[in-house]
Design a protein around this ligand. Structure first.
Ligand code: ZN
Length: 291
């Protein structure tokens, strides 16, 4: 479970992945939040537009049309690989899909067939509309495929998701065929490679001292995975590990009260480690919600 990124955080993540990003008009406040929930978010959905022409497509995805109000996605990926941000929040892109698919995405398992339309996808998925006629003949330029890979990976990186959190519309909603012209299996493989080999974006909003402390704590985690001086048990470490990944993604607000209490209880006997953790958490909380 993850809280949706803020507009700033999304923009920063996409640019950190090396993407050219255009901010379209009032994209930061263009959403359907008054008409339904947005979040918790669980994945990224890829579409094709069945259109051609960047300007017309971006406008369509921003405004929507008479039977489907915009935004129709969060970002439009054009043939040259530029991402045009058109929405931030709930967007009309995923529609109703299969609850079994959503469960598989959350668990990061192989996807079951999408044979039900019983679950609101617009609250749970970031969406990218990729400019393509979807007729099987319109080519997918390498730059566009690379941008799809980068955009999905950027979001996965922030939320700590794997490639399995990225699906095609056709894997979500019965009857949908998009994206057509490449396989989602091949795209997920690319995303997995990128997530595995590209260093995470610089945490440039941390002070050097915070970065040093975080690195030290990472090191501690690495060298003492299940025990800290023989004192932490496996359960405690699993809880801590989950906490760290959320802190790394700067989403301390996602820690549940139960997790916080469990951490506090387990660490009550370990003042040095507890003090370091408390310091990190306090700094992140003082910094406000993740941007
Ligand atoms: Zn679609």
């Amino acid at each position: 479970m993850a809280s949706p990124m803020s507009a700033d955080r999304l923009l920063k993540a996409l640019r950190a992945e090396g993407l050219a990003v255009v901010e379209v008009d009032e994209w930061r406040t263009n959403n359907r939040n008054a008409h339904g929930p947005w979040g918790p978010v669980h994945g990224v959905m890829i579409h094709h537009t069945v259109t051609s022409g960047t300007a017309d497509t971006v406008s369509l995805c921003y405004h929507g049309h008479s039977s489907l109000p915009g935004p129709l996605c969060h970002g439009v990926i054009d043939k040259a690989g530029t991402v045009h941000l058109v929405g931030n929040g709930r967007a009309n892109h995923a529609g109703l899909g299969d609850d079994d698919v959503l469960r598989a995405v959350i668990d990061e398992r192989d996807l079951p067939p999408d044979n039900e339309a019983n679950t609101d996808g617009n609250r749970a998925f970031y969406g990218f509309e990729c400019i393509n006629l979807g007729n099987g003949n319109d080519p997918w330029p390498a730059a566009q495929l690379e941008a799809i890979e980068k955009a999905a990976a950027a979001i996965c990186r922030v939320h700590g998701w794997s490639r399995r959190s990225v699906i095609g519309h056709r894997e979500w909603q019965p009857g949908k065929v998009d994206p057509r012209g490449f396989t989602m299996t091949s795209m997920r493989a690319r995303i997995g490679d990128r997530l595995g080999t590209t260093p995470p974006p610089e945490e440039d909003d941390m002070t050097p001292e915070q970065a040093r402390q975080l690195k030290e704590l990472h090191e501690q985690r690495r060298v003492a995975p299940w025990t800290y001086k023989g004192e932490l048990n496996r359960d405690a470490w699993a809880i801590l590990n989950s906490a760290w990944s959320k802190l790394d993604a700067m989403h301390p607000a996602e820690l549940t009260d139960a997790q916080i209490t469990a951490i506090a209880d387990r660490l009550a006997e370990h003042p040095t480690l507890a003090a370091k953790i408390a310091e990190q958490v306090a700094e992140r909380l003082a910094a406000g919600p993740a941007e």
